[in-house]
Ligand binder design. Structure first.
Ligand code: SAM
Length: 232
């Protein structure tokens, strides 16, 4: 379970109502049962349930199991997209091991604003479910020009280009090290955007196969391919 605050052995930690309900109703845990906690700062801990009912609970921390996890240095930069699909991308990015999730507004982005609380909640749930002990950093939304202007030296920008590029696994293997993926909105990049991205010295166009994928599929597939190629 994720605890929003620093954990230390010996401390009593209050659970939020959803966590208490999850432990009691879903996991069928009760007083004295072990539970794992992480705080996204100091690491993962073993704790025991002191009390829990369907509305509230507390645990006593016993020992630290592991320091905060060091996740691979991959950013996922993606245009916000419609319905629940952006939260789905945030969830999968967390499961797959992305270090930083960056919403990027583009010319054809239909959705220009994101709900950070909702994205954060989905990433916390994903981390709890998959056993990740360091949350992805959720960056503020910026537009594409601002992203490119402030691009850090030494980080390769692999942009998923529906018009074609180097097959993604080959492109990833050829440029190991700090990386970012960039995925366009439902309507794709426009020509001026594609040109601006290509002008960045560290940009590499990557192809994800012969078909036009939905934006959420492209983001998840590119992340999985990068992790499989460079994520050790
Ligand atoms: N409207 C565009 C078109 O018809 O050409 C398609 C945009 S696609 C739904 C959304 C984004 O997913 C693209 O901007 C790109 O970043 C990524 N994408 C989709 N299919 C891809 C592919 N085969 N290779 C690389 N990127 C792809």
């Amino acid at each position: 379970l994720y605890i929003d605050g620093e954990i230390a052995p010996g401390a009593t930690v209050a659970l939020d109502p959803a966590q208490a309900r999850y432990l009691v109703a879903v996991m069928r845990r009760g007083e004295g049962d072990p539970v794992r906690l992480f705080d996204d700062r100091t690491g993962e801990y073993l704790a025991r349930i002191a009390r829990a009912d369907a509305r509230k609970g507390s645990v006593v921390v016993e020992q630290r199991l592991a320091p905060r996890e060091d996740v691979p240095d991959l950013w996922l930069c993606a245009s916000p997209i419609q319905r629940d699909n952006f939260a789905l991308v945030a969830e999968k990015a967390c499961e797959l091991g992305v270090r930083r999730f960056v919403p990027v507004a583009m010319r054809r982005s239909v959705v220009r604003k994101v709900n950070p609380e909702r994205l954060q909640r989905r990433m916390v749930e994903a981390a709890e479910q998959c056993g990740r002990t360091a949350l992805p950093e959720l960056a503020e939304t910026r537009d594409l020009a601002a992203l490119l202007d402030a691009w850090p030296q030494g980080r390769t920008l692999f942009f998923a280009d529906e018009l074609g590029g180097v097959p993604a696994p080959r492109a990833f293997a050829a440029a190991p090290g700090p990386a970012a993926l960039l995925v366009g909105p439902e309507g794709g990049f426009d020509d001026a955007e594609r040109e601006a991205i290509r002008a960045l010295p560290s940009a590499r166009p990557v192809a994800l196969g012969p078909r036009i994928l939905r934006a959420e599929t492209a983001a998840i597939a590119a992340t999985a391919l990068w992790m499989a190629t460079c994520g050790d």
